[in-house]
Ligand binder design. Sequence first.
Ligand SMILES: Cc1cc2nc3c(=O)[nH]c(=O)nc-3n(C[C@H](O)[C@H](O)[C@H](O)COP(=O)(O)OP(=O)(O)OC[C@H]3O[C@@H](n4cnc5c(N)ncnc54)[C@H](O)[C@@H]3O)c2cc1C
Length: 456
Amino acid sequence: MTTREYDVVVVGAGTAGCYAAATVAREGYDVALLERKPEEEGGHIACGDALKGASSFPDAIPKSQIEPAMTNTGVDHGRFEIPQEDTVLEIPVPGELAVIDRWEYGKAVIEGARDAGAEIHFDTLVKDVRQADDGTVTGVRAMRTGDPVDYEAEMVIDGAGALSILQDNVDFDGSTFDTNVSYSQFCSAYREIVTVDEPVEWSDALVFKPTERAAGYLWYFPRTDTEINAGLGFQMNEEPMHLVEDLKRDLRNREEFDGATVEDKLGAALPTRRPYDSAVAPGFLAAGDAAGLVNPTTGGGIGGAAYSGQYAGEQAVAAIEDGDVGEDTLWEYNKRVMDHFGARFATLDVYNIFVTAYDIDDLMGMLAALPAEKIAEGLYAGETDIGLWLKLKTAVKSVGHWGTIYDLYETKQLAERVLDHYEDYPDSREGFADWQIRRDEILDDVYETTGADPKY
Ligand SMILES: Cc1cc2nc3c(=O)[nH]c(=O)nc-3n(C[C@H](O)[C@H](O)[C@H](O)COP(=O)(O)OP(=O)(O)OC[C@H]3O[C@@H](n4cnc5c(N)ncnc54)[C@H](O)[C@@H]3O)c2cc1C
């Protein structure tokens, strides 16, 4: 058994891990970034390849380094195909958006972490954590190219993605770290990279289409006008879908994919839930998917992973400099995440809960009746003033869906309460338990109003 010592150990060379490691390295601390994949597979991650808000990404990795991976920056709207209603909705996407070559991007962020001074260990599968008697995480145990290695560190950052194995092994007793996590709060998703001979007509759009289940969608995202990321996913509280077969069937029915070639296939789980209530424990911080930091309505998680990675890196450095890696010192990380985007994601989760309680045809009928720009605001910002509009236009257009629309309206009021509550996320660990109790009371109202099964 080899033992190695670092100031910080980061697990997972995905977006969160690379931004975290780069941040720590830039401050002059020793950081090891551990990745289970071999170097030649580094950065190869299942994704829809849609990147939102790239220009405002954090700066631990220079933007110029990831820009070459942005293969399509001409996308400005979503194209929602609703076959049940014989409708196609063109919905503007607010802000900047690019479809990227995800593997190139993945390699670029790894390079960014390396350039900043992080030591990257590929072929290193983390299997366990080291934890002191007082509960402080003091490192991890891994197999590196087949040999056991103990990594000792003052701080461990978990960037190991959805359903991180580290969290199965840490004893979180006595800490605030969120352990109310189960498979049913995740989405199982699969994608293929498909090339076609003729350019597709919708190369300026992200194409979405409902799956046969309410809690899933198919997507076609154009990396270029002849290279398409085609995929689908479903919430894991539903009967499992046959992802490969279902995608094949849809591809077969679209004439633009006649004679298409599949270049690459990958699948994975992603959190489609609220952010972890707390992603800190003594000596331990979780970032990105490992802390549930994905927009639960769109599945977009790259931006949240980059920001939370950088914030986790900064917090780890602050704790080391304070000489105290306890939860009180690390708490600021939770607060920053909630203030920046966590509150918004938690609010959007209310609409996810709403969706699971309704029949797909009714939902699609309602969607077809809603104004496009309002749906866009709802999807990305989590807030939209649909009240007056609903009273007028949808009342005429959506006969038959009125009940669902009214329930949506009521759910929106509850979502606003959730947002207000998350904007009041406690500044310190004190008050956290009360904050959770009051949040759960709002969620009880959400379940009662929507008739949805409790998600948490
Ligand atoms: C099919 C699919 C489509 C998606 N589409 C989009 C999209 O279009 N846009 C978007 O913004 N987001 C999308 N997402 C979500 C996005 O990919 C994630 O939110 C983002 O990659 C999270 O980054 P991360 O660094 O937290 O985790 P990951 O990118 O998952 O990285 C985790 C890393 O940790 C490594 N690792 C895991 N366990 C261990 C271990 N025990 N030891 C060592 N290393 C380990 C993994 O190999 C991996 O390299 C999609 C997700 C899926 C699954």
